[in-house]
Design a protein around this ligand. Structure first.
Ligand code: CDP
Length: 229
């Protein structure tokens, strides 16, 4: 069983998915974090060329630990959960994520993972390409200015030294790359429920989505039954 949330950078997908996972007693899957982790590896390996990096993918061992609150990532045994949130990774991740072999590698990992439990996942292409048969699909959006403002606040709170302009430029250029890449671009699936969060409080938006989840029989009983079958 899987619920997916797609949308552009900074639209609030991750915090929403986390909170919904907590409320409904299911697990959170952060697909962007997987792309960030692979990008970290690419940087650590000295930014190899495409062919060389594709070969290196076979040596990457990803492990994740997911519950409702956290999505911890380990690469070849070392935890990288915090490290992958840096500005340097944000700068390069969309280029790494545009490589079809990288996408196949991560998609395979995610498809195997969701066989082990009930997940709510956030990403760009989950409803359109990775899980076209997802039980429920959301697409979240908000204006670029609102998304940039939120991400800026979040990064400053974590002590990162960025300006609002830098954050806005990074979101805009990632959106552009994510929408226009050949392999599984960011796309609003036809059968997704669109949630525009511009001007909405976090609570309002969570309540709206939570009700939809309830109506779609993602009740605790249905989930427990699914896990037992
Ligand atoms: O949280 P934020 O919206 O900043 O981005 P993220 O979810 O951490 O994803 C980082 C990057 O990974 C995105 O800008 C995309 O380039 C890529 N990504 C992707 O291509 N496909 C996904 N399913 C998820 C992320």
């Amino acid at each position: 069983m899987i619920i997916v949330i797609d949308g552009p950078a900074g639209s609030g997908k991750s915090s929403t998915a986390k909170e919904l996972a907590r409320r409904h007693g299911i697990r959170f899957l952060d697909s962007g974090a997987l792309y960030r982790a692979v990008t970290l590896r690419w940087l650590e390996k000295g930014r190899p060329g495409r062919e060389e990096f594709i070969e290196l993918l076979t040596d990457i061992d990803i492990r994740t630990e997911a519950d409702a609150e956290n999505f911890r990532i380990f690469i070849n045994g070392g935890e990288v959960t915090e490290k992958i949130r840096s500005g340097e990774i944000a700068q390069h991740v969309s280029r790494v994520a545009a490589v079809p072999e990288v996408r196949e590698f991560i998609n395979r990992y995610m498809r195997d993972l969701v066989k082990t439990g009930v997940y709510i996942a956030d990403g760009r292409d989950l409803g359109s390409a990775v899980f076209p048969d997802a039980d429920l699909k959301f697409y979240m959006d908000a204006s670029l200015d609102e998304r940039a403002g939120r991400r800026y606040k979040e990064m400053r709170e974590k002590g990162q030294n960025v300006t609002l302009d830098e954050v806005r430029d990074n979101l805009a250029s990632r959106d552009e790359m994510d929408r226009n890449r050949a392999a599984d671009p960011l796309k609003q699936p036809e059968d997704a429920l669109v949630i525009d969060t511009t001007g909405k409080s976090f609570d309002e938006q969570i309540n709206e989505m939570s009700e939809i989840i309830q109506k779609n029989s993602f009740s605790k009983t249905a989930i427990t039954k699914h896990l037992k079958s």
